[in-house]
Design a protein around this ligand. Structure first.
Ligand code: NAD
Length: 352
């Protein structure tokens, strides 16, 4: 089997994660790492990993066929372009870059050089996401008309560069890009019609420390994405409403359930007390018309991401995270910022 030589550029938190995994995968071999911080190169050497002396040295290494760029967001673009021009394939960490215009430049270089160029959207393989997709795609709740996707923290924006606009900081670019990519790829051929968004600055003036967006798709699905960093009570990771049932996925460990209605027409109810009044409309269903079912848990298998990269490089397979998907996601991010700035609904024009 041909082993593919990989170098990791940016040996911080996520670069370390890639390096550990690449070192253990049988189809890849870790050639070394490069970081502008000398302390990170010392850390690499202590772990038995070759530290390169410069980025140019990485590019000149003939054993390296693939670069993983895991630096702060603002330098993904120049590093990816330089790598492709030097004849290297590249995986950029997310977000691939900070604007559609920048991405178009990067994609043009990929097309010109014929190099693989993609982004690490690993959360397409998260178990909670693939379970949610399974519920929808297997029609477990009937037609789904509402999805809410949330992640919630309580410590503000972490680290240093993530707090700075110049480095592409903020939560839209950080967690947002994962949840938005999930929303778009599960609706890959379902046109997105409109976007409304609000960003927060509770703990940081410079960058958004959270955001909320409502996406409306052509088939009537509304899909809400919320990322917050100042929550001390956490809402479920997923909340899904279908015509015949509802589902909740509480967390990444797949706690949760589906509640299905099996006798929709049996809607008689006695009024219940509600605050200062009474209600029939909001009275809970009686047990003989609904029942709970466990979640149809699915396993994502993140290794498939690198498996696809290997197949693209060795047998011409189609890359899973495509240029079109990268562009659609960045275009959505731009619409989110525009909506937040203008406090208006943005019509989303699909490219194809
Ligand atoms: P980090 O600050 O821990 O590490 C970044 C490293 O890059 C630092 O060691 C820094 O010295 C180095 N660096 C900066 N500029 C450089 C340059 N020009 N050349 C070489 N090295 C340079 O940050 P992190 O949390 O590891 O994030 C890195 C990237 O990974 C970001 O794009 C982030 O969005 C992404 N990320 C992805 C996931 C995921 O699940 N896919 C998770 C965390 C972070």
């Amino acid at each position: 089997m041909t082993k593919i030589g990989v170098a990791v550029v940016g040996y911080g938190g996520m670069g370390g994660w890639h390096a550990d995994r690449i070192g253990k995968m049988e189809k890849f071999t870790l050639a070394g790492v490069w970081d502008t911080d000398p302390a990170r190169l010392v850390a690499a050497r202590e772990r038995g990993i070759r530290p390169y002396g410069s980025f140019e040295e990485v590019l000149a290494d003939e054993n390296v066929r693939l670069l993983v760029i895991a630096t702060p967001n603002d330098v993904h673009k120049p590093l990816c372009i330089a790598a492709m021009r030097a004849g290297k394939n590249v995986i950029s960490e997310k977000p691939v870059t900070l604007s559609v215009r920048d991405l178009d430049e990067m994609t043009a270089v990929a097309e010109e050089t014929g190099m693989l160029f993609t982004v690490h959207q690993n959360r397409r393989w998260d178990d909670d996401y693939v379970t949610m997709r399974r519920i929808v795609e297997e029609n477990r709740l009937g037609r789904v008309f509402r999805i809410e996707s949330r992640v919630q923290g309580s410590r503000g924006i972490p680290g240093d560069w993530r707090k700075e606009k110049g480095h592409g900081g903020g939560m839209v670019f950080d967690w947002g890009v994962h949840l938005l990519d999930q929303a778009l790829t599960m609706n890959d051929r379902n046109p997105l019609c409109s976007v409304y968004a609000h960003v927060t600055h509770i703990t940081n003036d410079e960058c958004d420390d959270g955001f909320y967006t409502e996406l409306r798709f052509a088939d009537g699905l509304t899909y809400m994405v919320e990322v917050t960093t100042n929550n001390f009570i956490t809402l479920p990771r997923w909340y899904i409403l279908g015509e015949n049932g509802s589902a909740v996925i509480e967390d990444w460990d797949l706690n949760g359930k589906m509640t299905l209605v099996h006798d929709w027409d049996k809607i008689d109810s006695v009024p219940v007390k509600a605050g200062t009044g009474i209600t029939k409309t909001m009275a809970p269903r009686t047990d003989e018309t609904i029942h709970d079912e466990p979640l149809p848990k699915a396993h994502g298998g993140w290794e498939q991401y690198y498996g696809n990269i290997y197949d693209v490089l060795t047998s011409g397979a189609v890359q899973t995270v495509t240029h079109r998907q990268m562009r659609r996601c960045l275009k959505l991010i731009e619409a989110i910022f525009r909506s937040a700035e203008t406090d208006s609904v943005i019509k989303f024009e699909e490219d194809d």
